[in-house]
Design a binder for this molecule. Structure first.
Ligand SMILES: [Zn+2]
Length: 623
């Protein structure tokens, strides 16, 4: 039974394994892996005497928008010719090796590190693009950190011959087969190989269908907790929302590859008991080194999540499932863009000397915008949660330095300073730009045409195999969108440096935007200045201890009282007739205070409110 389930994960099988000309033999070690790559090397030039060729590991990979220099983590690099003679090797820069000899190289051998386990100070590799190899626990094979290529040889078919410890299996969207203790995986090119990471571990998997797409979830949890069944339950609801949003899912299989790091010790320090200053510093140091998150591929995505235990004071968003859901729809939607709609720089990715496309507003902005909208339309976010999320993006997006450079300028130069420091704004300002574009398209078509319709029309026109023209894409987009003023919007606010016109665009979906609004807010009875008392924060700010009360104290608190902030929020949210029931720890026991909810009117930047219910309803439901 286990075997049947295991084979089903690979989908279709192929018989082309034996004939491929480029074969990587990969075997795990305790803290790395050995790689032998047999394959054809093209000479660097026509040499009169002997042979010279250059072997590379990627400088970067698609989707990361950062310099990674995977060649830094390769050691023991050797090359041999057909007679088994060792050839002369010289490392060139971070990522390349010059190989010279009397005859052509037929194989190179090298060792790759378990990069996630190294302490890397400069240009640390984002975990979802990184590698982990442990012959006892499992392996995350992100191709950039494992497979190299000879200059100009990124196009031909490749095979991976992967050593597979007994009882383990390789989860991936690549086609392949299991032969004893080896797994053979086949890709049509080096590009396809790098686009298909592999999770090699003891099986913890689950699968389900969404419309016509077979979805597989595979987990490598470093402390051994089985999670696939729970991940499946959570993902099924999000994927159903995706299936309602898209006219059809453009892939027949999709694999969520998840690695869960063990940070229960950090959770213990932070969320149970009383943390020491030393403990907190240790946690901060450790977590600042971690890149939790995800990276997209055409038919899979890789997640690096943290297990912070189950301390009762842990914020809900830190649950492992919440971390996964925070990224899953976004990563899945990348199958539309950039993976199915992109510039030549992404299509024919240059791993040695990458050039960046100016259209990050599309690749990341539109994707993140859709992820939020899908979860809202699918009932996974409430109206308030959705508007709060978009307002948060508006506030963050205003920090983009658009007086210094435009969004397209940032995108083209994102590997370099100062542009790379603004990269994270693709998820905020980029998503807001997509919102304003969607609103304008809807406004021009009386709600009958929307951004996803335009994107899907372009996807049909271009698709994964035909890149669009980098410089002409704004025109191509506007031609399909048929929306007056949209080309000028791109020129002024995406290519140009002008501030975004929130109010004009958002009224087209029924929202009123005000740069400065006011809000009625409940007073915090534990805030000095709002109440006549002195308090001390404890437990990293999660609780307050009352130090002293004055004559005008109005909530009934006494010196020594301890209040958990989450109890205060819960009590306020369930207040009845202006009174809340506030749990307080007083002298070691819990008492419930009846506290009046007092309010004040405060100003709030970037206010969004629904003013035209009909337009808003049209926006929130897919026509
Ligand atoms: Zn993304």
């Amino acid at each position: 039974m286990k075997q049947a389930k295991l084979l089903a994960l690979f989908g279709l099988f192929t018989g082309t394994v034996a004939n491929a000309q480029s074969v990587y033999q990969v075997d795990l070690k305790a803290d790395g892996a050995t790689v032998e790559h047999r394959g054809f090397a093209a000479p660097d030039a026509n040499l009169a005497d002997g042979f010279a060729a250059t072997y590379h590991l990627p400088k970067t990979v698609p989707g990361t928008y950062a310099t990674l220099d995977y060649g830094r983590f390769v050691t023991d690099f050797t090359a041999v010719d057909a007679q088994g003679n060792t050839l002369k090797v010289k490392k060139m820069g971070n990522n390349s090796w010059s190989v010279k000899g009397n005859a052509a190289p037929v194989a190179v051998r090298y060792t790759v590190a378990s990069i996630m386990e190294l302490k890397v100070k400069k240009d640390k590799i984002f975990e979802p693009a990184s590698t982990f190899h442990d012959d006892q626990k499992g392996s995350v094979l992100n191709g950039g950190g494992v497979y190299g290529f000879w200059t100009g040889q990124e196009r031909g078919p490749v095979t991976v011959d992967l050593g597979t410890p007994q009882g383990w299996f390789a989860a991936t969207s690549l086609e392949g087969e299991v032969l004893g203790d080896r797994t053979k995986l086949v890709a049509q090119s080096y590009h396809e190989l790098l686009d298909n990471p592999v999770l090699l571990t003891k099986p913890d998997t689950a699968g389900f269908w969404v419309a016509n797409t077979r979805v597989t979830v595979a987990v490598l949890d470093l402390n051994g907790t089985a999670r696939a069944a729970e991940f499946k339950r959570e993902l099924e609801a999000d994927m159903a929302a995706v299936a309602r949003f898209l006219p059809q899912l453009p892939v027949d299989r999709y694999t969520f590859l998840t690695m869960v790091g063990d940070f229960r010790w950090a959770g213990d320090v932070l969320f149970s008991g009383k943390p020491s200053v030393g403990g907190i510093l240790k946690v901060v140091r450790a977590l600042s080194q971690q890149g939790f998150g995800a990276l997209e591929h055409n038919t899979s995505s890789v997640y690096y999540l943290g297990d912070f235990g189950s301390g009762e004071r842990m914020p809900a968003d830190l649950r492992v499932e919440e971390q996964l859901l925070g990224a899953a729809v976004h990563e899945f939607m990348h199958i539309i863009t950039p993976l199915g709609l992109h510039a030549p720089a992404i299509h024919d990715f240059d791993y040695a000397n990458p050039s960046m496309s100016q259209h990050l507003w599309l690749y990341e902005g539109v994707t993140e915008y859709f992820a939020q909208l899908i979860r809202y339309q699918g009932g996974r976010l409430t109206e308030k949660e959705y508007l709060d999320a978009m307002r948060g993006k508006l506030i963050q997006g205003e920090k983009f330095p658009n007086r210094k450079f435009s969004f397209t300028e940032m995108s083209r130069n994102v590997l370099d300073k100062p542009y790379k420091d603004a990269y994270l704004n693709v998820y905020d300002r980029g998503a807001v730009m997509a919102w304003l574009i969607d609103a304008q398209i809807r406004g021009a078509h009386d709600g009958q045409r929307t951004l996803i319709d335009v994107i899907m029309a372009l996807h049909a026109q271009y698709g994964p195999d035909r890149p669009f023209d980098e410089a002409g894409f704004f025109d191509a987009f506007c031609e399909v969108a048929e929306t007056p003023g949209l080309r000028a919007f791109f020129a002024q606010h995406v290519e140009g440096r002008e501030p975004l016109p929130y109010a004009d665009a958002l009224k087209l979906v029924g929202l009123e935007y005000r740069a400065q609004g006011s809000e009625v807010k409940a007073l915090n009875p534990l805030e000095a200045g709002k109440n006549d008392l002195k308090v001390k924060a404890s437990n990293l700010g999660l609780t307050r201890i009352v130090q002293k009360v004055g004559p005008n104290e109005w909530a009934g608190l006494k010196a020594g009282d301890e209040v958990a902030m989450k109890d205060l929020v819960a009590a306020r949210d369930s207040a009845v007739d202006g009174m809340m029931k506030l749990p307080v720890t007083r002298g070691g026991t819990q008492v419930i205070l009846d506290v009046p909810v007092k309010t004040e009117t405060v100003t709030r930047p970037h206010q969004l409110s629904v003013v035209d219910q009909q337009r808003w309803n049209a926006f929130t439901t897919r026509p």
